[in-house]
Write a protein that binds this ligand. Sequence first.
Ligand code: HEC
Length: 130
Amino acid sequence: MKTKKKIIVVLVLFVGFVNAKAQSTWVAPKNADVISNPLKNDQTAIKKGKTLYMQLCAVCHGDKGKGDGVASVALNPKPANFMIDKFHKQTDGAVFWKLTEGKPPMASYKESLTETQRWQLVIYLKSLKK
Ligand code: HEC
């Protein structure tokens, strides 16, 4: 009986730990902040970024970037909402780093997208606001 209780306690702690990990915020390393955006003043970048976004990202992050895409219901953690201040407070470099590296359930786009395409996406995401 005693061991059974112990097992239950361990299980509860484990589930709590996994949950806490899943809920904790995703933070890019400090050195990502200094990666500078080569397309900063490129006006066509937003349009190109939007096209890529609709093809690749909207399924999870939603058409408007609210994190409510059709696939989002099944996901934990939930896809990020690009309308909130917390997202916009990050540097372009941090956002670039995140979509380069990925984090399950989100893929890494290091291989499937060029650097230019990733920057176009960063610029598009940063242009989104309520
Ligand atoms: C399979 C669903 C899925 C797809 C497709 C997807 N994402 Fe994500 N994305 C996520 C999830 C889930 C998170 C939240 C991860 C976390 O916080 O742990 C996330 C987080 C992010 C973040 C971090 C936001 C922040 O403030 O921390 C960025 C940036 C991002 N996604 C960009 C993109 C871009 C750009 C694309 C398309 C090229 C894309 N994602 C495609 C699921 C997805």
